[in-house]
Design a protein around this ligand. Structure first.
Ligand code: CA
Length: 225
């Protein structure tokens, strides 16, 4: 899951970047509204976290322009204001939620999970494919009842494939969802992480779940052949 954070306070932006990265999200940060809008329109993010008071173009204006382009990406407003009419205004403009600063990081995570659950992709807390089980909240995976130890990136990539089980995902699409903008566009890294995941969830078992589609990418599904 890839998130854009638009926040002009460097300290808050860093705090968000660190916390979200630690929780397995790919995070891009920009510090003003105009950059935020152009990034949000140019890249297919899964979530925008938008401060309201921003230099140049405020969060209201960014959201208004963004929704005008028929973009449905969920948006969480971050605001130092706590006036009821500000919250109502945000929700009217098409924000999905808002959080009042200062906030506990756990609260932000909880809201992200709520938004993910009602998103368009298969967004439940637990995914089961054959004997592979993935718990998205506790970040645990098991195959045939055995716990599988995965790094944060491995877990993110496996979850992405599992949430779109049956769909072929290109290396570029995977890279865009799992790594942030500073990621070198060499998609070979995707293959490396896939190999590591396979060594853990597929190699020890007769039934393989991750399949390579030559020249295209990868798909995770149960096949009966
Ligand atoms: Ca601000």
């Amino acid at each position: 899951m890839r998130i854009l954070v638009v926040e002009d306070e460097i300290k808050t932006a860093r705090y968000l970047k660190r916390g979200l990265t630690e929780n397995g999200f790919a995070v891009d940060i920009v510090h003003n509204g105009r950059d935020g809008l152009s990034m949000a329109l140019g890249i297919d993010y899964d979530l925008l976290i938008l401060d309201i008071m921003l230099p140049g173009m405020d969060g209201w204006a960014v959201l208004t322009e963004f929704r005008k382009e028929k973009k449905q990406t969920p948006v969480i407003f971050l605001t130092a204001r706590d006036r009821v009419d500000d919250r109502v205004k945000g929700l009217h403009l098409g924000a999905d939620d808002y959080l009042i600063k200062p906030f506990a990081f756990s609260e932000l995570l909880a809201r992200i999970h709520v938004i993910r659950r009602r998103g368009p992709v298969q967004q439940q807390d637990r995914i089961v494919i054959a004997d592979l089980k993935i718990d998205l909240l506790s970040h645990r995976a098991t195959r045939a009842g055995e716990a599988v130890e995965l790094t944060q990136k491995e877990f993110s990539l496996l979850s992405l494939l599992a949430q779109r089980s049956g769909q072929v995902l290109s290396r570029t699409m995977i890279a865009e969802h799992i790594w942030d903008i500073n990621f070198d566009s060499n998609t070979h890294v995707v293959d490396v992480v896939i190999r590591r995941i396979r060594a853990k969830i597929d190699d020890p078992f007769p039934v393989k779940l991750i399949h390579t589609i030559r020249g295209v990418g990868y798909v995770l599904e149960q096949r009966n052949d």
